[in-house]
Design a protein around this ligand. Structure first.
Ligand SMILES: C[S@@+](CC[C@H](N)C(=O)[O-])C[C@H]1O[C@@H](n2cnc3c(N)ncnc32)[C@H](O)[C@@H]1O
Length: 228
C-alpha cells in the first residue's frame, strides 16, 4: 500500500525552480564570496559546547558543515521543507562523516517542543517566504527557542547602493517579487521586532554580485515572561 505523504505547503526551491536545485552550490560559489559570508554567519552565531542549535532552511548543508567545524560538540539540527535538498545535504554530510539530524516538515508547525533550542540560525530563507510565511516562521522560531535564546538571520537586505539594487533584480526574477520586496525594503528586522524579539540588530552586511547580504540578530523573549 502506498504511504500518503502529508500535504506540503507551497514553497520556493533553493534556486527558484526545482530543476535548478542541483546547480545551487555552484551558483552560490560563483556569485557570492561564499566563505566570507558563511564564516561571518557562523561567527555571529558563535555556537558553544552542548548548545542546541537549529538551522531553519538548511538547504544543501553548507552552513551545517561550517557550524560543525567551528564547534563539533554543538548539538546541531536542521529543518527544511524540500525533500530534494535533504537528499543532497545528507549525502554531503555522510561523505564528511558529520552526523546531524535533518528534519523535513510541511511548512506549518516546527516538529519540536517549546524551548528546544539555545540558538536558531537561518540563511537565505526568509526572502523565499510570503509576508505571512515570514511571520509564521518567526513565531515558530520564537516558540522553539529558549527564553533568552539567540536568533541569527542572514538574508538579502536593503541594497547598500544603486548598483546593489540593480543586481538584486536577478534574485527577484528567479524567486519572485512577492516574497523578496520586504527584504529590499529592509523589513526583516522590523518583522523580528513586531514578532516580539528583543535587541534586534544589523551587525554587518556584505555586498555580492546578486545584492546586499545582511546579518540580523535578536534575543528571544517569551510573551508569558514579558507579562510578569
Ligand atoms: C536559498 S536556499 C538557502 C539554503 C541554505 N540555508 C544556504 O544558506 O545556502 C533556501 C532554502 O530554504 C528552504 N525553504 C523554503 N521555504 C521554506 C519553508 N517554508 N520552511 C523551511 N525551509 C524552506 C528551501 O527548501 C531551501 O533549502
Amino acid at each position: 500500500m502506498a504511504t500518503l505523504e502529508p500535504a506540503r505547503k507551497q514553497f520556493t526551491p533553493a534556486m527558484g525552480y526545482n530543476f535548478l536545485t542541483g546547480l545551487y552550490d555552484f551558483t552560490v560559489r560563483l556569485t557570492m564570496p561564499e566563505n566570507r559570508i558563511r564564516q561571518r554567519l557562523v561567527a555571529e552565531l558563535n555556537p558553544q559546547h552542548q548548545e542546541a542549535v537549529l538551522e531553519f532552511g538548511f538547504g544543501t548543508g553548507q552552513n551545517l558543515i561550517r557550524i560543525h567545524h567551528y564547534n563539533a560538540p554543538t548539538k546541531l539540527r536542521g529543518l527544511d521543507i524540500d525533500p530534494k535538498v535533504k537528499v543532497l545535504a545528507e549525502k554531503k554530510l555522510a561523505k564528511l562523516g558529520i552526523a546531524v539530524p535533518l528534519d523535513l516538515y510541511d511548512g506549518g508547525t516546527f516538529p519540536y517542543p517549546d524551548n528546544s533550542f539555545d540558538k536558531v540560525v537561518s540563511s537565505l530563507v526568509f526572502h523565499q517566504l510570503s509576508k505571512e510565511g515570514k511571520f509564521a516562521a518567526l513565531q515558530e522560531i520564537q516558540r522553539v527557542l529558549k527564553p533568552g535564546g539567540r536568533l541569527v538571520i542572514g538574508d538579502w537586505g536593503q541594497p547598500s547602493s544603486r548598483a546593489m539594487r540593480m543586481a538584486f533584480y536577478t534574485v527577484q526574477l528567479l524567486d519572485g517579487f512577492n516574497t523578496t520586496t520586504d527584504n529590499v525594503k529592509g523589513l526583516i528586522p522590523v518583522y523580528m521586532e513586531m514578532q516580539g524579539f528583543k535587541n534586534v540588530q544589523e551587525p554587518d552586511y556584505i555586498d555580492t554580485w546578486l545584492g546586499t547580504y545582511a546579518y540580523y540578530t535578536a534575543v528571544c523573549q517569551k510573551a508569558s515572561l514579558m507579562r510578569k
